[in-house]
Write a protein that binds this ligand. Structure first.
Ligand code: DGL
Length: 275
């Protein structure tokens, strides 16, 4: 990678990865972004390793073919099930969300007990548990499949969502994990629930947002790969350019995209990926 202003490809099963793009836009301003949301084939969280791997590799190839010089796998499910497969198929550096999330949890915990919430597929893969145990931590993983549709419904501060989250977290923090001091948000949608989860989780718990941790990992990675910007380049800085690709309705992407990114997603192109 030789240009000071790289193009970063961000991939997700749909809209949720925009929480990772949002964190990237706050931390890594000196880049342009391509975002691929596989909205026609979501959710990934209930699919098999084989299917998620195949879909993710297709998306990675698409982003590379459109100029991505680094890939960020914003989808926790795709990272958990297929990071090795994507990395093997790609010709550019690939960053997933699990390792940065686990690293942030390791820094935050005092008693080495961590709860991770995610989709059914992420939890079944035990990718987070393995990454946390490799850092000497005890991990409890809990699938929370109802939270993704509730967030997509816009019910991020709704009594029903609070009740559902309360049941999930009650189970996750029960039975030997009542004193866990870190909660890892292992799904792209959960950052939108942070205020609600703070209310529902035990008071002493630190919430680790894997979107923010991943943006930090990308910033570090870019510093290693690229020369520091000259004073002239710093003065000439422009806003990141954003381009979005969606495999389903462009109109729906714009509508939900606004909710996840916090501002409009103007340049959205429909992509037809053949099976
Ligand atoms: N992006 C997925 C994740 O972070 C959640 C949505 C889905 O299941 O596709 O795991």
């Amino acid at each position: 990678m030789s240009t000071r202003r790289p193009t970063i490809g961000v991939f997700d099963s749909g809209f949720g990865g925009l929480t990772v793009l949002k964190a990237l836009l706050e931390l890594v301003r000196d880049a342009d972004y391509l975002y691929f949301g596989d909205t026609a084939r979501l959710p990934y969280g209930s699919k098999s390793v084989e299917t998620v791997g195949r879909y993710a590799v297709e998306a990675a190839h698409y982003l590379e073919a459109h100029g991505a010089q680094m890939l960020v796998i914003a989808c926790n499910t795709a990272t958990a099930l297929a990071l090795d497969r994507i990395t093997a198929a790609a010709h550019v550096p690939v960053v997933g969300v699990v390792e940065p999330g686990a690293e942030a949890a390791a820094s935050a915990t005092k008693n080495k007990k961590v709860v991770v919430i995610g989709t059914e597929a992420t939890v079944s893969s035990h990718a987070y548990r393995k990454a946390l145990e490799a850092r000497g931590l005890n991990a409890r993983e809990k699938a929370c499949p109802l939270l993704v549709p509730l967030v997509e419904e816009g019910w991020v501060d709704h009594a029903v969502t609070e009740q559902v989250a309360g049941i999930y977290l009650g189970e996750a923090f029960g039975d030997g994990f009542h004193d866990a001091d870190v909660l890892v948000l292992g799904c792209t949608h959960y950052p939108l629930l942070k205020p609600l989860l703070h209310r529902v989780a035990p008071a002493s718990v630190t919430i680790v947002d894997s979107a923010e941790s991943t943006a930090g990992a990308v910033a570090t990675h870019l510093q290693e790969l690229l020369p520091p910007p000259s004073t002239q380049q710093q003065e000439n800085r422009t806003h990141p350019r954003l381009k979005f690709f969606a495999t389903d309705s462009v109109e729906k992407f714009r509508r939900l995209g606004h909710r996840f990114l916090g501002h409009s997603t103007d340049d959205v192109q429909h992509v037809d990926l053949k099976e």
